[in-house]
Design a protein around this ligand. Sequence first.
Ligand code: CMC
Length: 431
Amino acid sequence: MESKEITISRGGLEGIYIAETTLCKIDGANGRLWYRGYPPIEVLAENSNYEEVSYLLLFGKLPNRKELSAFRERLKAERDVPPVVFDIVEEMSGRAHPMDVLRTCISSLSIYDEDPEDKSQQANIRRAIKLIAKTASIVAYMGRYRQGKDYVPPDSSLDHSANFLYMLTGKKPDEMAAKLIDLMFILHAEHGSNASTFSTLVTGSTLADVYAAVTAGGAATLKGPLHGGGADEAALRMMYSIGDPDNTETYIEEALEGGKRRIMGFGHRVYKAYDPRAKIVRKYLELYQERNPSEEVSRLLQIALRAEKLMLEKLSKTKGIWPNIDFFAGPLYRAIDVPAELFTPIFAASRMVGWCAHLFEYWQNNRLFRPLDNYVGEVDKKYVPSTRGSDPLAHTPGTDMGGWVWMHGLRCPGGTATIVVFTLRRYIYFQ
Ligand code: CMC
């Protein structure tokens, strides 16, 4: 049945609700964010930790002490990097983008599933825990390998994010560095129906399994620079190109001239106010710099703050362009020695829980995603075979061409009669 009224989104499904959720609320007009309705993100960032947030997202409630401790143990038990991942990282790292390496590694984890046929919620939670724990370790090893360093086995005395930093740098992080990396994991854990989560749901809605959904959906989609893929890295590179804080204004003015370029780390489809996550990252970056002064980070911070001021003057009121989470993330990662090429893989490792939680929620009332596109071309255009007269064998048997059909290279009278004859012939032949 054809619907008379056609609703077409402005593009990019802007303003379209694709599902109901209790996972995350974003108030884009006022720059506010809640996970599972708990106190706003600022409170979780200050007081919570990644394991607690992951539990909250997966199970819908905050864990008590015993539940949190059991959840932590389950994550720790899954931290090892499986053998095939070493091969993939070693084989691909020299040639492939880190997100391609990570996507392939995540995909490979399906071969270690204890019981692929078990589709129960319990089995899916088990898979989510495996994916959350192992993705962080894989990213750490990717970083080690790229620097020509050996694998550092996980340390079970450390929490999830601190262990990640340890497996990456080989040094146990101090309290402040551990807080900063955990903060980034918390802030990236979930963010509504962003492109990678939506894409995870689209794949999952076909009833493909968790591994397929987070690989094709999450890890593949996050690679693009308009989403997570390298906006923080690009913002950091811009700060390095600016070099001297006094060059900031000229650089930004020139970049924006005639709408020439976008400044990475600014703008958001949903936030038309300051992204609350960006404010948190800025606050902790300033705090870290105060306590652990570094010349490099100080310069980056000055550039970032001057760029932010100018961008706010120029674009916040006119176009609703504000800093997003990626703008201050680069200098913060640099402050704790995380290399730029790992920024997006870390985003993926943190968001793994959000992808899984959304998928499990969607599966409770699964319906295949199958939108329409509004065909605006012509129909019944004249068909002129490109091979007519030269290569009849190229024609598909049964293709109708003005009353004739091609069968086994012979042009025969078309229509039902011929098809009946050939079907009968086949039937007799196979008796
Ligand atoms: N710098 C300068 N101008 C911008 C920027 C920017 N970063 N972002 C948007 N604009 C302008 C854009 O040129 C357009 O101007 P006009 O109306 O004159 O053509 C207007 O703002 C609206 O842009 P849009 O592309 O329609 O907005 P959108 O909702 O499709 O874009 C966005 C959202 C994130 C893709 C975009 O702001 C952008 O490309 N930002 C830079 C990339 C970036 O930082 N990505 C990380 C996003 S946050 C991480 C996450 O949660 O995924």
